[in-house]
Ligand binder design. Structure first.
Ligand SMILES: Nc1nc2c(ncn2[C@@H]2O[C@H](COP(=O)(O)OP(=O)(O)OP(=O)(O)O)[C@@H](O)[C@H]2O)c(=O)[nH]1
Length: 187
């Protein structure tokens, strides 16, 4: 079985942003290109989970899938379950497309710090928890599936039920802005 698969979450509606965040520009790059690189440099394989209408916009050499039908569009947990189901691996490194300041140094460091015995390892800073920049053990697939089947879509609620290790973001990068996610365009 593959050791480590990167799950790039790009299946959201981007309602607050106003256009698909994966294709938003930052410098000369697109958000998803940066996230892809941050995962690709440390994972054995990367899968992008996108909305059906966006699949054709990604380069054909990338592995791009959509959410499983029965959970389609139901939020980040739906994307993670869809990635786990389509690409079995021992563990997963999850990164949303809207955290464009996370690079290889940060993904590598999180992997390095992650406790192999935890179900999930995620990051927090003084102000908030950042559940979607995280490492997930494959054994999380079943609880994930059960939550979604029961209509439980909240990432934090799932994390509270299992063994989640929280890493202080300062151990990964001293500037907490590196971990911010972009929900609205710059005004
Ligand atoms: N595959 C998949 N990814 C999702 C889904 N919902 C959200 N995401 C991803 O999860 C991450 C966080 O999403 P949010 O910012 O909370 O939601 P969003 O839909 O992108 O944006 P809003 O519509 O403004 O809430 C982003 O990378 C999204 O692309 C979903 O239903 N399926």
């Amino acid at each position: 079985m593959t050791e480590l698969v990167g799950i790039l979450l790009a299946g959201g509606m981007s309602r607050r942003f106003g256009s698909p965040k994966a294709f938003a520009e930052i410098g000369k790059e697109l958000f998803y290109e940066r996230a892809y690189r941050a995962l690709d440099q440390v994972c054995d394989h990367v899968v992008i989970i996108a909305r059906p209408e966006l699949v054709a916009h990604f380069p054909t050499e990338y592995d791009v899938i959509t959410d499983l039908d029965w959970v389609a569009g139901q939020g980040p947990l739906a994307g993670i379950l869809s990635g786990m189901t389509a690409r079995p691996a021992k563990k997963y490194l999850v990164l949303p497309c809207d955290m464009p300041f996370v690079g290889k140094a940060e993904t590598a460091k999180l992997l390095d710090l992650a406790d192999p015995l935890s179900d999930i390892t995620a990051v927090h800073n003084a102000a908030e928890k950042i559940p979607l920049f995280s490492v997930w053990n494959f054994r999380m697939k079943e609880p994930l599936q059960n939550d979604l089947a029961a209509g439980q879509l909240r990432v934090m609620k799932l994390m509270e039920k299992v063994t989640t290790e929280w890493i202080d973001s300062s151990r990964i990068h001293e500037d907490s802005h590196v971990f911010r996610n972009i929900n609205q365009p710059d005004r």
